[in-house]
Design a protein around this ligand. Structure first.
Ligand code: 16G
Ligand code: ZN
Length: 538
């Protein structure tokens, strides 16, 4: 206890204005980096306690602010199987960080330990990484100090993508077991992905050049490193151009580039100038989101393929493979989306692919949890974050089914390769990108073919400044407002006036504002509807 108090004093919390509290949100603690040092310390103390509460399994801490500006940073905790921190512990994290004094931190620590029957002398292990933000140094120093004071073992993995840290947490905790997730090293991550990619691409051709915008973040050097693990003769025609990968000028991180820029601006980054016909994609600042796009050389129009598109592409491909593998009826496949999913994608998945779709509230942990209920659960947020989860039963079926024909054998081998290629812990832009490339190669598709599977409904997203966002309470996976009274009826009345329309309002989980989403038959109607709903909640 005394050690923690003494160390804590060296990494003070910045007091907030009266009435305000720090809160462990959908992305952990995220804000201007100069507010985070004390938070990183307290998160370290909590992570050690969490590890002790789980028999000394390794807990992860990732320091990143993803797609946010370079001056921001963030701290979040990763649970033993590479999942997001359990909800109950988010509350503890919030309590820790808002404790009024260093002594109070220790008091909460001891109370928690007693209540949860945790022996604070038991072994603990915490592993951590950070993105390329320079402020990460200070935060790591505070985090290490906390781990030393809490007598926790730790491994500093230095600079990593967020999904790499998730991989390492799971690999650490499954090492040497029958469900080992891979070698416990960054190299192990590359080897696993490269091997799976080569297997999945067997006999197929990489379709021309792929240009990857890395948001000038950690994805740049990591993708370049990964590519060294793919011998040119192992993947026919592989040609990947890594762009916006300058991590030496921190101020250009996420600046006019990256997946979030592409999704919100609905256009390509201005640099490098997009060559018509060039297949392109963008990662975000910590490489867990992915957007594809191109300029159609025939029509000169820009087309973006977002998370909904990746989701429907993956679901359709896996559905076909299951069919060929004779496992379609054996393995329950489903798709998980949020209210932001374009209505056209939901229709395509339910009507054309004939797969169930479940809608959850925004935030990866919600989607992930529901996807685990299927043998094969495909989940993506429209913003490009997502993955495909395979149950142990599905993995066993890919490996153990006796093929009766060469086609069935191929399908089973491809499915097994996908099980290794797709990050099972969290959305991973590099892994997702390789998945998309595998599918396009198997289907022999260009981005035009992909974009033609269905037409997106025109849509608009607006951010609305409100006095107090917390009065906006929702139900039905954020699609309907419960409060303020009468607001939902007013929204319904507006929606009724438009064709093929849908709209909802929800409080942001990451900013002090509300978001309004609207879609309708035409661009101008979607816009008009969004404006009217914004007026209702203002
Ligand atoms: C966080 C979430 C992301 C979600 C976004 C919504 C994780 C790891 N990240 O970034 O999934 O789309 O919040 O932000 O869960 P909003 O609540 O401000 O709209
Ligand atoms: Zn991210």
């Amino acid at each position: 206890g005394d050690d923690i108090v003494a160390a804590s004093k060296k990494h003070p919390i910045v007091p907030l204005e009266k009435g305000q509290r720090y809160s462990y949100g959908t992305a952990g603690f995220r804000m201007k980096a100069d507010l985070l040092e004390g938070i990183a310390f307290r998160v370290g103390v909590l992570a050690a306690l969490r590890s002790r509460s789980l028999g000394g399994q390794a807990i992860g801490v990732m320091i990143t602010a993803s797609h946010n500006p370079a001056v921001d940073n963030g701290v979040k905790i990763v649970d033993p199987m590479g999942e997001m921190l359990e909800q109950e512990w988010e509350r503890y994290a919030t309590a820790f960080v808002n404790a009024g004094s260093d002594e109070e931190v220790v008091k909460i620590y001891k109370t928690l330990a007693t209540d949860l029957k945790i022996n604070v002398k038991d072994p603990a292990k915490v592993i951590f990484g950070r993105d390329t933000r320079p402020s990460g140094h200070t935060l790591v120093t505070a985090l290490k100090a906390a781990l030393v004071a809490s007598q926790s073992e730790y491994v500093d993995y230095k600079i990593l993508t967020t999904p790499q840290l998730h991989y390492l947490v799971r690999a650490t905790n499954t090492e040497g077991s029958p469900v080992s997730y891979g070698k416990v090293s960054e190299v192990g991550y590359y080897e696993k992905l490269a091997d799976a990619f080569i297997r999945a691409m067997k006999g197929k051709k990489f379709g021309g050049t792929l240009s990857v915008d890395c948001a000038n973040g950690v994805g740049g050097p990591k993708l370049s490193e990964f590519l060294k693990y793919i011998p040119k003769d192992k993947v026919n025609g592989i040609d990947v151009k890594v762009v916006n990968d300058d991590v030496l000028r921190p101020e250009i991180l996420n600046l006019d580039c990256g997946a979030d820029f592409v999704k919100t601006k609905q256009r390509a980054p201005p640099i490098p100038k997009l060559v018509p016909g060039l297949r392109s994609c963008s990662l975000d600042g910590d490489a867990d989101r992915l957007m594809y796009y191109w300029v159609d050389p025939d029509t000169s129009s820009f087309a973006m393929l977002d998370g909904d598109r990746i989701s429907s592409l993956a679901a359709s491909f896996i559905g076909d493979l299951l069919e060929s593998a004779g496992l379609r009826d054996e393995l329950r496949t489903g798709v998980v989306q949020t209210a932001y999913a374009n209505g056209a994608s939901t229709n395509y998945i339910t009507q054309h692919l004939k797969l169930p779709v479940i809608c959850t509230p925004t935030g990866v942990k919600h989607l992930h949890h529901v996807a685990q209920g299927f043998d094969i659960g495909v989940y993506f947020e429209a913003n490009g974050h997502g993955t495909v989860l395979f149950s142990p039963y599905a993995i066993a079926a890919f490996k153990e089914t006796e093929p009766q024909s060469p086609a069935q054998k191929d399908a089973l081998a491809t499915l097994a390769a996908l099980g290794d290629l797709i990050n099972q812990t969290v959305g991973d832009a590099i892994s997702d990108m390789l998945l998309v490339e595998v599918i396009l190669a198997h289907k022999n598709w260009t981005l035009r073919d992909w974009a033609m599977t269905y037409a997106d409904l025109p849509n608009r997203l607006v951010r609305v400044e409100v006095g107090n966002k917390d009065v906006f309470r929702t139900t039905d996976a954020e699609r309907r407002l419960l409060h303020p009274d009468g607001a939902q009826e007013e929204i319904d009345n507006e929606v009724k006036k438009f064709k093929d329309a849908r709209s909802f309002a929800r409080a942001s989980g990451t900013e002090n504002a509300c978001r309004v989403y609207a879609e309708a038959a035409t661009r101008s109607e979607a816009s008009e509807l969004a404006d009217r709903v914004a007026l209702i909640i203002q």
